[in-house]
Write a protein that binds this ligand. Sequence first.
Ligand code: SAM
Length: 314
Amino acid sequence: MDDERQAPGLSALRLAGRQSHLKVGTTLVLGITALLQLNLRAQEAAQTDMFSEAEKYERFMGRWSQRLAPLFLKFAGVKEGERLLDVGSGTGSLALAIIGETRRAEVVGIDPSRSYVDFAAAQTTDPRVRFQIGDAQKLDFPSASFDRCLSLLVLNFIPDARKAMGEMRRITKPGGRIAACVWDYDEGMEMLRKFWDAAVLLDPAAARLDERNMAFCRKGQLAAFWRDAGLADVEETELVIDMPFRSFDDYWEPFLDAQGPAGIYVASLAPEQREELKKGLRNTILDGKPDGPFALKARAWAVRGECPALGIEK
Ligand SMILES: C[S@@+](CC[C@H](N)C(=O)[O-])C[C@H]1O[C@@H](n2cnc3c(N)ncnc32)[C@H](O)[C@@H]1O
């Protein structure tokens, strides 16, 4: 005997039950989606805060991007006459390196920070380069409109890197190369490694803010992401630069400018905690030697891969 004949209305009850399960399920999914969206929006707001003052960023990290950009460009490759997109162009280090090393290549740099875009644009009058506000997760360009897509020290800051990869693939011509680079925050980026080690020693809660927790900063992670995204001929390498500092203050003072995660952390400290951190770092950096010029090494992981021609995706 089926349920409906056994007890009329039972299937209606079951349906109502299923619907209420569905309702609970839907509410849960909607709740989780809303939370994720909230989280993404919070991340986006955090990016806006930490990348808001171009001159300060230049003093803090931009000067090192300028050193890294030519190495990255050599690895990523560029040919005369190509049209390139610089994703997260910041204060312009990579785009300006491209213009400096070619005669006919053209670059568009996009970045969500108005201050950085204006700063980058003020660095050159070369008509081959243009900087504009943009978001890697939603690129405002037609499909297959660039020969190459490069991104220097950005991918780990993008709230939804998969979305950004989808967009970079969309705007890059089949056969074109996509390349990116991220500091090795875990070990090889001494300037920030020393900073976070000293911070965590004094304040264990800082461990969760340590940039070593960020995506793509360990060997193999970028390459795995590139392969996962279906790119062909994927290669990863390390790029190493020297960071020469004039003195301890030349190292420390830019941390006070509230740019990037480390700067935001310093800004959150009470004055006496900040002083403690400065003292701890001074001891580590100078290591008993008199104050004066010193150099730290910085390693970044770089990856490149080709957008497969349509129909032969791996
Ligand atoms: C560490 S900085 C690197 C900037 C520049 N490429 C350089 O090497 O100096 C990270 C940059 O990523 C940008 N950024 C953050 N979220 C982004 C997004 N969704 N799309 C594009 N760029 C983003 C920031 O505004 C910032 O300029």
